[in-house]
Write a protein that binds this ligand. Structure first.
Ligand SMILES: [Mg+2]
Length: 334
């Protein structure tokens, strides 16, 4: 059962209080009685009342003084008041400054029907206010919960991104995975004294392509090139990755420079065969790639950066000598 709503009845005459109690007390309403203004103020500080029925004529502190003091305290300031007065109607405006709509007047003797209907109005308002407060609290809790979920989601996304090995645009491995694989395969080649090859790929005049066709078309171009180049690699140990921007790289364990160059040539031809229009290329009318190849049998203590630098140098030469070609680094041609 829900808690009864409390009404505070204040009157210096016990028989009046009993009459009010008999009239209003019931399954939903609890009438709390106070015999003086002082006692009423004390009760209001400790309890939540939906309404105060306040006798105006009381010895010591009268109803208006009591209401004045209620107005001065934040706990009691907005508790509605029905003044019960025996004095003439002209005096009903004496009390001012209380929250508008929170004050009503009744004349003694109290008419039971009018009292009930007035009290009902205030009880309805009180219930509405309580419901609203409950909903607001629920909403606050939900908002809090959602904020916590959003923080969790952000943490998961960040973790996922750290753990991810896939380039979002092209669907092939990303630079992070490239670095991991290269490191792993380099050490394996070191142990086994076998060659490890690297192909570096750069899309020719790709900045011009983006400027001319826009970045969405640029993205499509990267996707198609990545797809056709990946399709050339058949061995599970081979790794194709997006190295950055329009640069790609293939790690080929156990592969000589000659064999790697043959694969690179297939990739180059495959991209050109896509025949993607490139009106601003210095090379030809369609999208092409330049490629640098290097292969090394890693010595003890050598770093994978040696291989990267060699492939990069070869790629630079491919670009310097007219693009759309495969160049093998002469000193890294294991
Ligand atoms: Mg009285």
């Amino acid at each position: 059962m829900t808690e009864r709503i409390k009404i505070l009845a204040v009157d210096d005459r016990p028989e009046n209080l009993l009459a009010i109690e008999a009239l209003l007390d019931g399954p939903e309403v609890e009438v709390v009685k106070a015999h003086s203004g002082q006692q009423a103020l004390g009760l209001m500080l400790g309890e939540d009342f939906a309404l105060v029925l306040l006798d105006v004529q009381m010895p010591e502190m009268d109803g208006f003084e009591t209401a004045e003091l209620m107005r001065g305290h934040k706990n009691t300031r907005s508790v509605p008041i029905i003044f019960a007065t025996a004095i003439s109607k002209e005096q009903k405006h004496i009390f001012r400054g209380y929250d508008a709509g929170a004050v009503d007047y009744m004349f003694k003797p109290l008419d039971p029907d009018i009292l009930r209907s007035k009290v009902d109005v205030f009880l309805r308002l009180y219930r509405q206010r309580r419901t609203l407060e409950d909903k607001t609290r629920e909403l606050d809790a939900k908002v809090h919960e959602l904020e916590e979920l959003r923080r969790q989601l952000e943490r998961s996304n960040a973790l996922l991104e750290r753990l991810s090995a896939i380039d979002g645009l092209t669907g092939i491995y990303n630079r992070r995975r490239f670095d991991e694989v290269l490191d792993m395969e380099w050490r394996r080649a070191q142990r086994n004294k076998t060659p490890i090859a690297l192909i570096f790929v750069d899309l020719d005049c790709f900045k011009n392509y983006n400027d001319h066709y826009g970045h969405l078309a640029g993205d499509d171009c990267l996707r198609h090139a990545a797809e056709v180049m990946s399709s050339v690699l058949k061995r599970p140990s081979d790794t194709m990755a997006r190295y950055g921007g329009e640069e790609f790289a293939a790690i080929l364990p156990g592969t000589t420079a000659k064999d790697a160059a043959a694969l690179a040539e297939q990739m180059r031809a495959g991209v050109q065969a896509l025949d993607m229009d490139h009106a601003c290329s210095f090379v030809t009318h369609c999208v092409t790639v330049s490629m640098g190849v290097a292969s090394i049998i890693p010595e003890r203590g050598a770093q994978p950066s040696t291989l990267v630098a060699a492939a990069d140098t070869a790629l630079y030469e491919a670009k310097q000598t007219g693009r759309n070609r495969v160049i093998i680094h002469p000193d890294a041609a294991a």
